[in-house]
Design a protein around this ligand. Structure first.
Ligand code: FUC
Length: 747
């Protein structure tokens, strides 16, 4: 079947989004010429931020495995694990030769498509997850061949519960340790007949069919028991969702989905002057990984996954976003507090998906502020105010494995980042500041003075590495960021009470965790010797380089040089998230070639699905999920953040556009990346040199853009009028902006 025919039938062309994309934008599509065989490595994900599915695109049999991000086994006293919810199986009974097979996932419109031809009949399916309608939709059709669609549909509970079939609706449901869940699928056929059997629905001679699937649990983060309502109420909620959509046609469901998704996704374009290749995505990764299209696609895949796994609701994306097909996933598919959940949110703001930060913020603030809640009890055990967490966390406040006290400061840096990008003062006052303040109080109670009179955190470690000591770099750098950002927040909010006075005092005495060791490295511990060539995957002593902001060539250069020594000592080997972190670190050190080299290594094609720390086992699967291995989504988000960091940076002094551009991306442009201060930035470059940067100011105020060694020809407003600017000796260009206005810096 021709591509154009498919596009016509399903309105799949980019213009369906109504964004004007297509003409000028390179389509962002993952595509394959075979069905998926392995869930982890080749099935493709759709998600609406809370529920999601993986489709295989099978010809004789299709499997659509689905999840709800809140479906967990475990409780407030038991770790448990994130659970699979169930599967839909479509059996087509087709036996003829299959030709023209294509399976794809469009990131531009978040629609999956499978198409092929058997015995002259074209089969086309579509898959999407709608955020506004809270459903997953599968559409099946035989365009141009009326009455040729035949299949049977089964629904399978991942916990071996029975499936109920009533009319054209199938339901699964049950109760785990704490939670009740239910999922329902409604089948609508156009033409032909639908017959119900106790275990399946049979469609015969239809023109087309739509399956609408949804699921829910009675999880409630804000309830002291973590549950609101019983199994019956969950069922009622699920049923009500589907009843509301009873009269909504497939076309309308899709239109609602596109109208919601496309404006969010199309906010950012990154173009390294590479067109869509004519080969499949697995071939792209395996044989052409130097094609910059892969970098464009991988960048946008992280944005796609953010929208698909982190919109609305009360829970952040987990170790696999929200996709999981087993009940005993690696590391419980949980919330790890020592890099993983944080990395999931590294790209969110810069990649212009600020709304998607909400679930993480909701989760952290709700748990941290629960009076005598489980996180506060961790602090009480240590005679501290505030709250703290261990490394592993389920969704019921249960927290175990090694304590990770500085994670509270790390989470707070995220709360601050959301403000730094949005300048939303109501959010800062009402949501972020109270948690930041409480977290500072935890450290007021915990910090002790060392022999030099500096304040240090006693008994800390570098996550999963080395001894427990006083004043390790990881803890100090994070507490330093917490104190500094809380003081900045107090300043914005014009708070000057006794707490702020104490904070100022303690901040002045706090060890900042930056100490240069005997071989020129950033010291990881205070007593323990740093071993040259220690290649541990965590870069915990480099928090101040990335994601924090203290180490920069625009601050004291000695620490930037020392960070370089430390990074070189750690080496380039790593898997999954660790390589992505290194991409971002080298970008912060303005070394685009090194960052690029690491990115290429991070995109190494693998099919290893078991847990391994072997450098050669990690990389990406052919579906572009990041392989720790096993699949861990943090590496996807980390790579998107790393690529963004190569294109734009918040330096301590201003915005740096193209700070780490590799030769491989010598020509290109981006639009819609965000920077601190409410600025949205577009840039065009050629031969590796910035040509034009456009800044849109959301909140007004002074804009500072770092242009070392370059003198702008002019700065102009949207009407082409000259705007006054100054440039200092370092190259920092400063001009004032008005809210909502655009400014072009022409070089
Ligand atoms: C951290 C890492 C592991 C793994 C786990 C989920 O503890 O050290 O490598 O990513 O999280």
């Amino acid at each position: 079947m021709k591509l154009e025919t498919r596009a016509l039938i399903f309105g799949l062309a980019c213009c369906a989004c109504g964004t004007g994309m297509g003409a000028e934008r390179v389509p962002m599509t993952l595509w394959y010429d075979e069905p998926a065989t392995v869930w982890m490595t080749s099935a493709l994900p759709v998600g609406n931020g809370g529920i999601g599915a993986m489709f295989f695109g099978g010809v004789e049999r299709e499997q659509v495995q689905f999840n709800d991000k809140t479906l967990w086994a475990g409780s407030t006293t038991q770790r448990g694990a994130y659970q699979n919810m169930g599967d839909l199986f479509f059996d087509f009974g087709t036996t003829g030769e299959c030709t023209d097979y294509r399976r794809e996932l469009s990131l531009d419109n978040a629609v999956g498509t499978v198409s092929y031809t058997i015995d002259g009949v074209d089969y086309v399916r579509e898959y999407f997850a709608s955020n506004p309608d809270s459903v997953i939709v599968v559409r099946l059709a035989t365009p141009g061949n009326k009455g040729r669609l035949n299949f049977s549909l089964r629904m399978q509970d991942a916990h071996e519960g029975a499936t109920r079939v009533v009319g054209n609706t199938m339901t699964i449901g049950g109760t785990l340790d704490l939670l009740s869940y239910e999922a329902r699928a409604v089948l609508r056929a156009e033409g032909g007949s639908v017959e119900s059997f106790p275990d399946r629905l049979e469609v015969r001679g239809a023109d087309a069919a739509t399956v609408i699937l949804t699921g829910a649990t009675n999880y409630d983060l804000t309830s002291p028991t973590y549950v609101t309502g019983d199994a019956r109420q969950v069922g009622e909620r699920v049923a009500a969702r589907l009843e509301r959509l009873e009269k909504k046609s497939y076309e309308k469901l899709k239109k609602t989905h596109l109208a919601d998704y496309c404006p969010l996704f199309s906010r950012v374009e990154v173009d390294f002057e590479a067109g869509q290749p004519g080969y499949t995505t697995d071939v792209l990764v395996r044989e052409h990984s130097d094609n910059p299209y892969l970098d464009m696609l991988y960048f946008q895949f992280g944005r796609y996954l953010t929208l698909a796994s982190s919109r609305g609701g009360q829970l952040p994306s987990n170790l696999q976003g929200l996709w999981n097909n087993v009940n005993n996933p690696a590391w419980e598919c949980d919330y790890h507090s020592n890099i993983n959940v944080q990395m999931n949110y590294w790209p969110t703001e810069v990649a212009n998906l600020s709304e998607c930060y909400a679930p993480f913020i909701t989760y952290v603030t709700a748990e941290a502020m629960k009076a005598d809640g489980p996180w506060q009890q961790v602090a009480r055990k240590e005679n501290c105010r505030g709250w703290a967490v261990h490394t592993q966390n389920n969704i019921f406040g249960y927290t175990d494995w090694n304590i990770n006290r500085p994670a509270n400061a790390w989470y707070c840096t995220h709360l601050w980042q959301h403000y730094a990008y949005t300048l939303d003062e109501d959010y800062l006052r009402g949501t972020a500041y109270p948690v930041m303040k409480l977290t500072c109080e935890y450290w007021f109670d915990r910090l002790t003075e060392n022999a030099d009179g500096r304040l240090v955190a006693p008994g800390e470690w570098s996550p999963e590495h080395g001894p427990w000591e006083n004043g390790v770099a990881y803890a100090q750098q994070l507490i330093y960021a917490l104190f500094k950002e809380t003081l900045a927040a107090a300043d914005v909010l014009q708070i000057s009470d006794s707490f702020v006075a104490e904070l100022k005092d303690k901040f002045a005495k706090l060890d900042n965790g930056l100490h240069i060791g005997e071989w020129g490295q950033i010291r990881e511990w205070t007593k323990e010797k740093d071993v040259k060539g220690d290649n541990h995957r965590h870069l915990s002593h480099l928090m101040a380089l990335f994601p924090c902001h203290e180490i920069s060539y625009l601050n004291d250069k000695r620490y930037a040089e020392a960070a370089k020594v430390s990074l070189n000592s750690r080496g380039d080997g790593a898997t999954g998230w660790s390589r992505a972190w290194k991409v971002a670190c080298w970008a912060r050190l303005w070394d685009g070639e090194r960052a690029y080299r690491l990115l290429k290594q991070a995109q190494h094609l693998t099919d290893v699905t078991y847990i391994s720390m072997d450098d050669n086992a990690g990389g990406v699967y052919e579906n572009l999920f990041c392989a720790h291995p096993s699949f861990q989504i943090d590496g996807n988000f980390g790579a998107t953040a790393g690529i963004a960091e190569m294109l734009i940076q918040n330096t301590p002094k201003g915005i740096y556009v193209l700070p780490a551009l590799p030769a491989a991306w010598a020509d290109g442009h981006f639009t819609g990346l965000r920077a601190h201060g409410g600025f949205v930035v577009d840039a065009e470059w050629a031969d590796g040199r910035l040509a034009v940067a456009t800044v849109t100011s959301a909140a007004g105020g002074e804009c500072k853009v770092y242009l070392p060694g370059r003198k702008p020809a002019r700065v102009e407003n949207a009407r082409g009028r000259k705007v006054d600017f100054s440039q200092d000796a370092d190259g920092m260009v400063t001009f004032s902006t008005k809210p909502g206005k655009r400014y072009r810096i022409v070089l």
